[in-house]
Design a protein around this ligand. Structure first.
Ligand code: RP5
Length: 166
């Protein structure tokens, strides 16, 4: 869903990453933060990667969420070409359950940061929430929506487990 403004770019290496990355989109929807979702592959569409990363700031994006699996170079390569905050989501791979994605994204050389989240859907959801937290620093209304979202989450946690009837 595209809101009036689109401060967040959600990019991913393949359409097969969308079932994971849609969790970032859903978190942003809940907080009424606009985003654009794009497929940008570091290996299969390198020219698209360079075009996206070098123009992201001029396009008005303020945060980039980048998800990829396997030899996941996408977040790091984007971070090398922009000073926008880049949040990396390691997509769970078939061969190595996402450990390959995690290490590829997390082990950046000093000087080119990628904020790396957890493997899979939890990481994508938290990337959406983290993007909202970054934007909320300059947006008091979004800050209130974020606090309200957290409050509702706390209220939804039961005090004790529901016991089965004997
Ligand atoms: C990566 O390779 C993508 O990010 C995806 O996680 C993985 C597999 O891609 P497909 O073969 O499904 O297109 O580049």
């Amino acid at each position: 869903m595209v809101q009036d403004t689109t401060p967040v770019a959600i990019i991913m290496g393949s359409s097969s990453d969308w079932p994971t990355m849609r969790c970032a989109a859903e978190a942003l929807d809940e907080l009424q933060v606009g985003y654009e979702a794009l497929i940008v592959s570091a290996h299969r569409t390198p020219d698209r990667l360079v075009r996206f990363a070098t123009s992201a700031e001029d396009q008005g994006f303020q945060v980039v969420i980048a998800g990829a699996g396997g030899a996941a170079h996408l977040p790091g390569m984007v971070a090398s070409m922009t000073t926008l905050p880049v949040l990396g989501v390691p997509v769970q791979s078939k061969a190595l359950s996402g450990m390959d994605s995690l290490l590829s994204i997390a082990q950046m050389p000093g000087g080119v940061p990628v904020g790396t989240l957890a493997i899979g859907e939890a990481g994508a959801k938290n990337a959406g929430l983290m993007a909202a937290s970054i934007l909320a620093l300059q947006d008091p209304e979004l800050s209130l929506r974020l606090k309200s979202w957290r409050q509702k989450q706390s209220e939804a946690v039961l005090e004790a487990p529901v016991q089965d009837e004997p």
